[in-house]
Design a protein around this ligand. Sequence first.
Ligand SMILES: Nc1ncnc2c1ncn2[C@@H]1O[C@H](COP(=O)(O)OP(=O)(O)OP(=O)(O)O)[C@@H](O)[C@H]1O
Ligand SMILES: O=P(O)(O)OC[C@H]1O[C@H](OP(=O)(O)O)[C@H](O)[C@@H]1O
Length: 185
Amino acid sequence: MMSELGPVIAVVGPSGVGKDSLMLALAQAEPRLSLLKRVITRTPDAGGEEYQAVSEAVFQDLQETGAFALHWQAHGLYYGLPAADLQRQRCEGGGVLVNFSRAVLLEAQALFDPFVVFSVTATPDVLAARLKMRDRETKSEQLLRLARATKPLPDGLLQVIEIDNSGSLDAAVMAAQHALYPPRG
Ligand SMILES: Nc1ncnc2c1ncn2[C@@H]1O[C@H](COP(=O)(O)OP(=O)(O)OP(=O)(O)O)[C@@H](O)[C@H]1O
Ligand SMILES: O=P(O)(O)OC[C@H]1O[C@H](OP(=O)(O)O)[C@H](O)[C@@H]1O
């Protein structure tokens, strides 16, 4: 009997909304969940999530050899989801938290089952304040990221759970835990 594959939990939302923070805190609170380390052409040690930093040439090679389950471009960067790691983590049975682009969610839904989308939200003022405080991007890059904030999710997604992260991170983590593991009774 094939063992159940754990769900792919796509965490999406505007830059600065707290996707990485929520994913890290949720994985710490829920041992059944794991984080997928992405391959990104971002400079190493840019802070935030743990990722494998590669050059564009290396990324291209990995893409051509089929190393990625999915890949996309955004903010002038290339992002890849390592297929072998994702499969291994799913075989371990728990859900895998993945920071996705909203642009590839339908493609992902066709690839992965079970597939759940956590749509993380926050008010525009909160977004701007958090990008400013994080100070990972330049001011102009922050403005470009804020301009993408209102990008809608595609139609046709089967399971979307909104997680409002305008308040405390703990509150967002609890909301996510309740959504994934509803309290009995
Ligand atoms: N609930 C919260 N309350 C206060 N600060 C938060 C909260 N959630 C995240 N932050 C802070 O906001 C900033 C952005 O968070 P994070 O990097 O997790 O967002 P993100 O959605 O992953 O952004 P990006 O898509 O640009 O990587 C970080 O400095 C983080 O510490
Ligand atoms: O605006 P959309 O297309 O949803 O997402 C754009 C990019 O931002 C996030 O990555 P990161 O936060 O830059 O690491 C997403 O994973 C995607 O790569």
